[in-house]
Design a protein around this ligand. Structure first.
Ligand code: 13P
Ligand code: SF4
Length: 303
């Protein structure tokens, strides 16, 4: 089969099998273009929860597909490449969290959605970069243990003016974006507004005009008159931005901010996974039940 025929073949098989393709904003452009929905972790969770398709083909990383399975256990969830993981999610495991909880028995545990189902099962509340402020604010003055991303955690601390106990995880892609790189981009594009993801370290976030999740970045240009934007996050998002705003210009703060795990999903793998249905994502029942409580509490806050 010719590469050019892959999208049609995928769409045909998707219809035949009543499948839905969900893709994260960091996926390869051609993968985003065959998806039924492209979004951030929060948007993808909401789509996964409500879909009535028999198959969910999840183009993203492992914790996202796990979350989809937990929220909609009756569906078969497939990943085109189940080896696509998130190194940050693996920076804390269940045993480490259990030990932290013992040391801080009063603390409520808030886990970033970039965490394993095992960690979610031991947490009180989940959050995404799109709702972390709202989630932590809902806990009032309670002591909070925040895992695994120290930078998303420190952003919440700054914005809410409170302290939390932070785990020391980080995204190895976002820490590659340095303040020097952002300043250089600002010098090159003096008219541009800078958007940064809260996974960026504080020195980078402090230089940005807008700090937000990937989907919030996709809607931000609608709300301002600026024509140029510097983008401090994984570069896959430039595809959605370019599609949505063909008359505006978007520049990566750091060209090398590419997540190799997000790029493991190719069109060929999407097709093979639809054909074979072998790369299914399953979550052990008791873990799924407990993790589901933690994720649903977050989704309930939106109502
Ligand atoms: P969001 O798309 O939720 O902002 O998350 C970014 C991310 O790192 C996903 O792995
Ligand atoms: Fe994980 Fe960072 Fe890749 Fe997102 S960009 S999947 S946080 S490693």
């Amino acid at each position: 089969m010719k590469v050019a025929d892959l999208p049609d073949r995928i769409r045909g098989l998707k219809r035949e099998k009543n499948a839905v393709i969900l893709a994260h904003n960091y996926q390869l452009p051609e993968v985003q273009d065959v998806a039924d929905f492209v979004g951030d972790s929060l948007g993808l969770s909401l789509e996964a929860r409500k879909t009535e398709a028999d198959l969910i083909v999840f183009c993203g990383v492992h914790f996202m597909a796990e979350t989809a399975k937990i929220l909609n256990p009756a569906r078969k969830v497939l990943m085109p490449d189940p080896q696509a993981g998130c190194p940050m999610a693996d920076m804390i495991n269940g045993a480490q969290l259990a030990e932290m909880k013992q040391r801080h028995p009063q603390a409520k545990v808030v886990c970033y959605i970039n965490s394993t189902a095992e960690v979610k099962a031991l947490s009180d509340l989940c959050c995404t970069s799109g709702n972390a402020l709202e989630v932590v604010a809902s806990l009032g003055k309670e002591e909070v243990l925040f895992v695994p991303d120290q930078y998303l955690g420190s952003w919440v601390e700054e914005k809410l003016g409170r302290r939390m106990i932070l785990w020391s995880g980080y995204c190895n892609i976002h820490v590659r974006i340095t303040p020097e790189a952002l300043l250089e981009a600002r010098r090159e594009h003096p008219q541009a507004l800078a958007m940064a993801h809260p996974e960026c370290p504080p020195a980078v976030r402090n230089l940005a005009d807008y700090v937000a999740s990937t989907s919030q970045m996709v809607t931000f240009p609608e709300t301002v008159s600026a024509r140029e934007f510097i983008v401090a996050t994984e570069s896959g998002i430039l595809h959605q931005l370019g599609k949505k705003y063909p008359d505006r210009r978007f520049y990566p703060a750091e060209k090398r901010s590419i997540c190799p795990n997000m790029k493991k999903t190719s069109l060929e793998k999407v097709l093979w996974c639809l054909e074979d249905e072998k790369t299914e994502i399953l979550v052990e029942d008791s873990v799924a039940r407990q993790a589901g409580v933690c994720i649903r509490r977050m989704l309930e806050l939106r109502k």
